[in-house]
Design a protein around this ligand. Structure first.
Ligand code: FES
Length: 335
């Protein structure tokens, strides 16, 4: 089995046949920086120091520049090891990174809001479960797993909230909507995973938080964390949905915004009813209308790959957002 070494932390693990380097790391409990796992976000970029890889997935041109590719940069979610390899990934903190755990959880509540279920689960009291606001968990099921962002802040020790969209015939969501997963049911979770979380080194850089659909979940976790840490950063949340009832958690959102001294909120509906008086269209066009210069901002975007890709391109090219200040979590809807 190929051995993978990640420098400078000298973390080592082995990969199996037909497994990407990122999937092998996660299987081994190693939380290398990543988000979408599908060649969209660029978070898993690393430099190939030695060995050979097979590119096993496609990614868009904008994710890695020609210069980065020429310098040996690869995406670990799109690469399989062809023999032993060494990759350089300075952003991985090695043994200091929060460990991935598999743990039981008890269903505490399920609230149905249209076609989204807000699921709260209680974790074992000890040892305390650590994560960063914005990360995600895998829900381990009999026939596979499903990934959901954590919609609350780490301070809420022992509780995790997830926003689950209903998919007819899906692997997990029908259990919530049919009521077969009841309060008190036990499930198994694995995490925390992903590198979409708030950069707390950024001092007071103003924040633009973009969400489409249930991409609101990690944004809510980040907002809750900001409210609890009494952050004074300027925050502007844009939530894009198709129909008004897609704003499924607006009461909680407005409560959080009221706790932040410098917060704004723009809901954007792409197929509004005639009663809708707010913003319409797509969120990126509203950000561009509101902010001509984002050179000092940070943007966090969570939603469909199309939204993540188009908003990054537009904000970098048209509003001077530094590429490194765009953090994203792109998810492909799954059943
Ligand atoms: S590009 Fe690899 S995790 Fe997103």
């Amino acid at each position: 089995m190929p051995q993978i070494t990640v420098s400078p932390s000298q973390t080592q693990f082995s990969s199996q046949a037909n497994e990407t380097i990122l999937a092998a790391a996660i299987r081994n409990g190693i939380n290398l920086p990543h988000s979408c796992q599908s060649g969209v976000c660029g978070s898993c970029a690393a430099k190939l120091v030695s060995g050979n890889i097979l590119q096993s997935g496609e990614y868009d041109d904008y994710v890695l520049s020609a210069d980065e590719i020429a310098a040996g940069t690869i995406l670990l979610c799109c690469s399989q090891a062809d023999g032993d390899v060494v990759v350089d990934m300075p952003s991985y903190a090695g043994a200091k990174a929060i460990a991935i755990r598999t743990l039981p959880a008890r269903v505490a509540s399920v609230a149905i809001r249209g076609d989204v279920a807000i699921l709260s689960v209680a974790l074992p009291k000890a040892p305390p479960f650590q994560f960063h606001a914005g990360q995600y968990m895998e829900i381990l099921l009999k026939d596979g797993s499903r990934s959901y962002s954590i919609a609350n802040a780490p301070s809420q020790n022992g509780v995790l909230e997830f926003h689950v969209r209903h998919h007819e015939g899906g692997l997990f969501s029908p259990q919530l909507f049919s009521g077969s997963l009841k309060t008190g049911s036990i499930m198994r979770l694995r995490g925390p995973l992903g590198s979409f979380y708030l950069n707390e080194d950024a001092d007071n850089a103003p924040l633009i938080l973009l969400a489409t659909g249930t991409g609101f979940a990690p944004i809510k976790g980040i907002l809750q964390h900001l409210a609890e840490t009494q952050a004074t950063r300027h925050v502007h949340v844009y939530h894009g949905v198709r129909f008004e009832n897609g704003l499924y958690d607006e009461v909680a959102l407005r409560e959080l915004l009221a706790k932040l001294p410098n917060a704004k909120y723009t809901p954007v509906v792409s197929r509004p009813s005639e009663n809708w008086q707010g913003a319409t269209g797509h969120i990126t066009e509203h950000v561009l209308r509101d902010y001509a210069d984002l050179s000092a901002h940070e943007v966090y975007a969570c939603g469909s790959p199309a939204m993540v890709q188009s908003s990054k391109q537009a904000l970098v090219q048209q509003a001077k957002l530094p590429e490194k200040a765009f953090y994203s979590d792109a998810f492909t809807p799954h059943v």
